[in-house]
Ligand binder design. Structure first.
Ligand code: AVJ
Length: 329
């Protein structure tokens, strides 16, 4: 007989392993010549809220550009693909998702939505909201870190897999190919995949999106130290770090850093004392920017075929439609 104590044990074991893997990730990241933290640790409840706030900033164009593109291409695309289910990686608040779900509803064949996200609280909340809005659909949230595994519930096919928001940009090429290959391995016959990518453009426009005047991105960036202090009982002094984000035109990526304003020692139980010099930085995020060729190469390496490349007239954001490549290259 399944009882609450079993659940409690399972939940605490999951929490324990999550903080253990956080500790290992932080130990490795802070031992590098260029100290680094994994951007997935931005997204506790506060971090997810701050990111929602970022998406409403005038300077942060990606979310608006992607949404406008989805609105213009999705109704026809969904009418053509007629997916029964939508599997969305890094679902977050799903405001863009509704564009796709509405198009699936219009075909009368949309029956299942599977949002996949690390932030279980956020996921549970948005899932219960979506259940009210789409009573005809099964909403099956899958809590998990898609950069590690992709544990999905049984899917209704044809399925449409979606990875929006240019979150792929957080991953260097090898890791990005791994995630895309993991998705490809879950695709069947006439399943499809859609990837949202922020396009290369005037560096000043890109940099402004990560250095907003209101300082929300700076708050979002510093929040990762708050997460570590809560989860690992470290003693990072947030007031001793400042936000910095710049665009590296050679590598076509934004880098976000936290600069140390003084020589300081941070105590992290399980790791010990970590010295951070004045002027030294901790890199907290990479955000790659793309063009068609780069996406085509990623798809090729991941066992996907680039079927369609969709960009708005403004060339700000791109949607890559892919199918699984069956058989040898
Ligand atoms: C959610 C990863 C796509 O890189 O643009 C926004 C996160 N970081 N502002 C991005 C982010 C700073 C965002 N992604």
């Amino acid at each position: 007989m399944h009882d609450h104590s079993d659940n409690a044990v399972k939940v605490s074991a999951k929490r324990e392993s999550a903080s253990q893997s956080m500790l290992e990730s932080v130990r490795l990241g802070l031992s590098l010549a260029q100290k680094e933290l994994d951007p997935k640790y931005f997204y506790d409840a506060r971090g997810s809220e701050l990111f929602e706030e970022i998406t409403r900033l005038a300077e942060y164009y990606p979310t608006r550009a992607e949404r406008a593109l989805l609105v213009s291409v999705m109704p026809d695309l969904i009418d053509e693909l007629r997916p029964a289910s939508l599997v969305e990686l890094g679902a977050g608040s799903s405001s863009k998702t509704r564009v796709i779900l509405d198009a699936m509803r219009a075909t009368g064949e949309g029956r299942q939505y599977v949002p996949v996200d690390v932030s279980s609280d956020f996921l549970r909340e948005s899932a219960s909201r979506l259940r009210h809005e789409y009573p005809e659909m099964r909403i099956d949230p899958a809590v998990g870190d898609f950069s590690d595994t992709l544990d999905l519930p049984p899917l209704q096919h044809p399925a449409l897999f979606a990875f929006l928001g240019s979150t792929i940009g957080n991953f260097r090429e090898a890791a990005a190919v791994q995630i895309l290959a993991r998705i490809a391995s879950r695709m069947r016959g006439n399943d499809a995949f859609i990837l949202g990518v922020d396009l290369r453009k005037d560096p000043a426009v890109i940099e402004a999106a990560y250095n907003d005047r209101a300082g929300v991105t700076a708050e979002f960036n510093l929040n990762v130290l708050r997460v570590l202090n809560r989860e690992l009982l470290s003693d990072f002094d947030l007031s001793a770090f400042t936000h910095r984000a710049f665009y590296d035109g050679d590598r076509h990526r934004i880098e976000m850093h936290l600069d140390s304003m003084s020589d300081q020692d941070v105590t992290i139980p399980g790791i010990g004392l970590v010295g951070v010099k004045k002027g030294e930085s901790i890199r907290t995020e990479l955000s790659y920017k793309y063009d068609r060729g780069t996406v085509d190469a990623l798809f090729e390496k991941a066992g996907l075929c680039l079927e369609r490349w969709l960009t708005g007239d403004d060339g700000v954001f791109g949607l890559a439609l892919g199918s699984r490549r069956w058989g040898p290259r």
